[in-house]
Every structure is written in structure tokens, then in C-alpha cells.
Design a protein around this ligand. Structure first.
Ligand SMILES: [Zn+2]
Length: 290
């Protein structure tokens, strides 16, 4: 226990875990809990154990155990391991960044626990009516990671191109897809040309990872008519993960405007998402019949 905290204060924070993991805490209380977790190693450890307990028994965690076999480490604190590995590697060039993610098993654990514990918001559940309404059939899952959305979207009948650095996470995705007799291969971000003609760019919790989104997303944004991101107005910053490039909602709105996309008005049913539609440009206006 650190001097700045008291056991009572810690208990006060830990009772919030069940609501916090389901993203059901009011913003102020969630921020307060995040700040406490960042400062209190004991509560951080309790939070890590809590997440693992919540993930226990899930098919996803069972798959990770089987995939990693003898290398599987129960209760591994991947969040801190990831932050520490980043601080040690300190990659500065795009190539070094890519190499970091290509070799990160911490990231595989982290994405799996985030998803299997129920901590990850129900993005796909909220998006399904929108995808249907917009007539989306084909998607790029950009920054697919372990590909939970890729696999789920495919099982719902969508055609999906998973895109990410080839890494332990994408190998896990490919292993799971092959095991269900529907093999798939993740495409590296600079090889996305093959995905021309895609309806939608599904890019969840990935914008913060892109150092130069104008460069990285130019190709996919030139082909799609719909973009779905996490809700850009929810403040997510916490933890010691310095690989994130935090951008404000206004910065993201300006970025997408440069590519002719504008955000749609959010609704309570899509509270975790921002849906972006291509703004009709002057050249799209049909000319009057002669
Ligand atoms: Zn504490």
C-alpha cells in the first residue's frame, strides 16, 4: 500500500470494479478510479486479478490457453508488461514501432483479457443495426489484433479483411479461424490495396495507435463510404501506455473532414461508437439531364 492511499480508500475503489469493467460508471467516478489504479499498485494488482476472474471460463481465454500451450501464464499482468516493454524499447521510427507490435505477446494477452473479461465495450452489438441500415456487406477490420470482431462479423455473413501487423495476435486470429475450418490471413497495413471496393472501414480503438493517420488511412478512406470508430467523445486516457497518440474529438473530426467524412449524431443505442459517412462532394452531384 502506498503512503498516499488508505485501505478504506482502496476498498471504496474496488467495489466499483464490477460497474467499471462493464463501462457503466459515470465519467467522473471512472476517471477517479483510473487515477487511483494508476497510483496504487495493490489496487492495480486486484484489478488485474479481477479481470482474469471475469475472463475465466470464456471460450476466448480457453483458446488462448490452448494456443500458447506451455507458454501460457495465468494472471499475467500484460498491461504493465506492455508499458514496461515499450519504455525499454522506446521505438522512435515507424519501422521500430511496427517491429515492437509484430513481436508483442503482451499485446496478445492484453487484447484477450480486455475482450474476454467483458471490459471491451459491445461495439459490434451496437453497430449491427447500423451496418444493416447502411447496406454494408464488406469491411476492413483495421488494427484487427486478435480479430474478435473479424471472426464475429464473418459468422454474421459479412466479408471481412482483417488488417494488422503480423504478430502473435494475428497468429492467434489465424489459428482460431483455421480451427473453425474458415481460414483467414491478416493483411499488413501497407498491403491493403487488395481491399479496394470495400463498403466500410471498421477501426476500433486503433486511431490512437497511428502516428500518421493521413498516411496510414489514405488508401482505405479513399475506397469506403462508411467508417466506424469507437465513440471519439469518450475520454479514454489512462494507464502508462505511452504508445498511444491521444487526439481530441475536434482533431479527429478535422482529420476525417479532410477525407470527406463527417460524424453522425450519436444515439443512446450507439453510445460506444462514432459512425462517419462520406460527405457528398460537388463532383458527386448528378448533372441535370440534357
Ligand atoms: Zn488502492
Amino acid at each position: 500500500m502506498t503512503a498516499a492511499t488508505t485501505p478504506q480508500r482502496c476498498r471504496h475503489h474496488r467495489v466499483l470494479f464490477p460497474a467499471f469493467i462493464r463501462q457503466q460508471l459515470a465519467t467522473a467516478r471512472a476517471s477517479s478510479l483510473r487515477r487511483h489504479l494508476d497510483r496504487c499498485p495493490d489496487c492495480w494488482t486486484a484489478w488485474n486479478v479481477y479481470r482474469w476472474h471475469r475472463a475465466r471460463g470464456s471460450a476466448l481465454l480457453g483458446d488462448l490457453r490452448e494456443f500458447l500451450a506451455d507458454d501460457f501464464i495465468p494472471y499475467y499482468d500484460s498491461s504493465h508488461a506492455l508499458a514496461a516493454a515499450w519504455d525499454t524499447a522506446r521505438p522512435t521510427t515507424p519501422a521500430a514501432r511496427a517491429e515492437f507490435f509484430r513481436s508483442s505477446t503482451d499485446y496478445l494477452y492484453n487484447s484477450t483479457i480486455w475482450t474476454a473479461s467483458g471490459n471491451r465495450p459491445p461495439y459490434l452489438r451496437q453497430a449491427r443495426p447500423i451496418l444493416e441500415q447502411l447496406g454494408v456487406h464488406t469491411l476492413i477490420d483495421y488494427g484487427c489484433g486478435i480479430g474478435q470482431d473479424t471472426l464475429r462479423l464473418r459468422s454474421l455473413g459479412y466479408t471481412v479483411t482483417p488488417c494488422d501487423y503480423h504478430s502473435p495476435s494475428t497468429r492467434f486470429l489465424e489459428w482460431r479461424a483455421a480451427r473453425s475450418n474458415r481460414p483467414i490471413q491478416a493483411v499488413e497495413p501497407d498491403r491493403l490495396d487488395a481491399a479496394t471496393g470495400t463498403d466500410a472501414l471498421w477501426i476500433i480503438d486503433t486511431l490512437d495507435h497511428l502516428p500518421h493517420p493521413h498516411r496510414e488511412l489514405a488508401q482505405p478512406l479513399s475506397t469506403v463510404t462508411t467508417v466506424i470508430t469507437e465513440n471519439i467523445s469518450i475520454h479514454k486516457a489512462h494507464g502508462a501506455q505511452r504508445f498511444h497518440n491521444r487526439r481530441t474529438a475536434d482533431e479527429l473530426i478535422n482529420f476525417f473532414a479532410d477525407h470527406d467524412f463527417s460524424p453522425q449524431r450519436p444515439s443512446p443505442l450507439t453510445s460506444h461508437l462514432t459512425v462517419w459517412l462520406r460527405t457528398p462532394s460537388a463532383s458527386d452531384t448528378p448533372t441535370a439531364p440534357r
